[in-house]
Write a protein that binds this ligand. Sequence first.
Ligand code: IDP
Ligand code: MG
Length: 151
Amino acid sequence: MERTLVLLKPDAVQRGLIGAIITRLENRGLKLIAIKFTSLDRSLAEQHYAVHQGKAFYDGLIAYITSSPVVAMVWEGPDVVALVRATMGATHPRDASPGSVRHDYALQVGRNLTHASDETQTAAVEIKLWFSEDELVDWDRANDAWIYEGE
Ligand code: IDP
Ligand code: MG
């Protein structure tokens, strides 16, 4: 089953939106595999956002993501990478669809509340960066047959 990395960024934590955002992922039927509440050091932030190094917003982005604790999670489900990106909405809240997290709770791109892996390949790399293998929990969910067809 496909997996993705989700971060609730410092603004989501400071604004008390951890529960509201996790509830949306649970309500969709996605399955939580790992979760931690932690502060990033600069090294992890730079590795996580390596692809953006050199861009105009890079320094601000590193300052933002290291400014306060984050919630890091791994979620599982069919097409979970695309599903979670849709639930979070477009990078810029101005472009995010009504009903998405970034539309409903955010205004500006530099305070857009969440990170979610953008491709399955990226997800695999990001999950390895944030979690060790023994932190990924293998568990049976009682209602899977009512969420996944053909179970
Ligand atoms: P994503 O988070 O939707 O995948 P990316 O393009 O990968 O978006 O950018 C990573 C993060 O960098 C964004 O979520 C946002 O926090 C920040 N960011 C992107 N573009 C800008 C910008 O133009 N100004 C300020 N911050 C930006
Ligand atoms: Mg991205």
